[in-house]
Design a protein around this ligand. Structure first.
Ligand code: PMP
Length: 431
């Protein structure tokens, strides 16, 4: 039996696996490239899901982890002091810009958001949450409830009362084709209207991704979260920024996605890239909110010495090598190259830094075309490039390579993408 058949026989049917019958088994990696079980090497523009932030087999990261494992203690529990964890917390607290910030580590983004919700609802004594349509915040009972993306909402039984705000989608819906200023006005009107009509008494928090990751890299104009926060502050409502995809310099211009909005959130959640593959997530936030849990709360593995060693090595690498600057310059080359492509099927190229989305539609319309998207996705792989898929309608390709991506690699990936889009477009004309 092939590994795929064995996977299908033993895993639940709802686990997504890319490339269907041609599922990929990655067995090794180096830099921005991975090699599969057949020996074929690919340039990786997705890094899992923006997870391999520094790249594969990076000595500084691997050595830090090996040193920790070399002590003979991978982990016992977080009931003991963990030097690596405290050091990482101090760095993240400082980088957050939040005065007297506190940090709690988890094993995933889902758990980080659960923790933020726990604290926000406790401090506000309210189970009402505002979330944005087309968002993704995790796969647990609580975080699914605040995920505004039907593909990923596998339970409707929510512990929260959730009210939804419009996402800043410029192609369709109420924000379609609005100017930046009009998007902000419309979003603030939407928030005020929701608060005035469908919420009952106090709302605990608004949670938002500065750029919607799973939702296909949809994002509002700079300043949008700041405009929201003015209204939230009038009502004592907390702002939670979900930086699971946008943190650590990914967006190029800023270290955190929220910085583009002129806000300091009350709580910031993170995961994915910070471990460069090791399971690490967490929350950083204002002390009065972070401390507002009425009982003790504990995670056996959250911020364990191995993951924390990876986290420290990743953060140091990002800062020492100015990966934020690299994301800005290499991302700009990619964005420029992609924006030069002119096809009726390519309705939008958007994003920031090394977080770029390409949205595909039926020619001459804004109707999503998941089939042509899937074709470009497969052609990219045939050409030796791994990219991601996403968007509410499955019609967005997502690029989120390691922040160490070089200009040459960006050009190489661009050429494969351009060829794949041209071929998919040509096939459409023939059939
Ligand atoms: N928030 C965002 C913005 C995410 O993209 C994800 C993962 N796709 C999560 C939370 C959940 O993270 P995890 O899969 O580590 O639980």
């Amino acid at each position: 039996m092939s590994l795929l058949d064995r996977h299908r026989a033993v895993m639940p049917t709802w686990m997504p696996v890319y490339y269907g019958d041609d599922a990929l088994e990655i067995v090794s990696g180096s830099g921005r490239r991975v090699t599969d079980a057949t020996g074929r090497t690919y340039l990786d523009f997705f890094g899992g899901v923006l997870t391999t932030m520094i790249g594969y087999d990076i000595a500084e990261i691997s050595d830090a982890v090996r040193r920790q494992i070399g002590t003979g203690v991978a982990h016992t529990s977080t009931l003991y002091l963990i030097r690596q964890q405290v050091e990482l917390a101090e760095k993240i607290a400082r980088l957050s810009g939040i005065p007297d910030a506190r940090v709690f580590f988890t094993n995933s983004g889902t758990e980080a958001n659960e923790t933020a919700l726990l604290m926000a609802t406790n401090v506000r004594r309210s189970n009402q949450i505002l979330a944005i349509k087309n968002s993704y915040h995790g796969r647990s009972f609580g975080t699914m409830a605040i995920t505004g993306h039907r593909t990923w909402s596998s339970s409707s039984l929510s512990p929260f009362t959730v009210n939804w705000l419009a996402s800043a989608d410029r192609l369709r819906g109420r924000m379609a084709r609005l100017t930046d200023a009009d998007v902000i006005d419309a979003a603030v009107d939407d928030l005020r209207e929701v608060l005035a009509t469908v919420t009952a008494g106090d709302v605990a928090a608004l949670i938002a991704e500065p750029i919607q990751g799973v939702g296909g890299f949809v994002h509002g104009p700079d300043g949008l979260l700041g405009a929201y926060q003015k209204v939230l502050a009038e009502n004592g409502i907390l702002l939670i920024a979900d930086e699971v995809q946008t943190g650590w310099g990914r967006t190029g211009d800023h270290f955190w996605g929220y910085e583009a909005h002129g806000v300091t959130p009350d709580l910031v959640t993170f995961a994915k890239g910070i471990g460069n593959g090791f399971a690490l997530g967490g929350v950083v936030g204002r002390a009065p909110v972070m401390n507002a849990v009425p009982a003790i709360s504990f995670s056996t593995f959250g911020g364990n010495p191995v993951s924390a060693a990876a986290g420290n090595a990743v953060l140091d690498y990002v800062l020492d090598h100015d990966l934020q600057g690299n994301a800005r310059t290499v991302g700009a080359i990619l964005l420029r190259g992609l924006r030069e492509l002119s096809y009726d099927i390519l309705a939008a190229v958007r994003g920031r830094g090394l977080m770029i989305g390409l949205e595909f539609v039926r020619p001459g319309t804004t109707e999503p075309d998941p089939a042509v998207t899937a074709r470009v996705f497969d052609l990219c792989r045939e050409g030796g490039l791994l990219v991601g898929k996403g968007g509410l309608h499955g019609n967005v390709l997502r690029l989120g390579p390691a922040l160490t991506l070089t200009v040459e690699e960006a050009r190489e990936g661009l050429a494969i993408l351009a060829g794949a889009i041209a071929a998919a477009d040509a096939e459409l004309r023939i059939t």
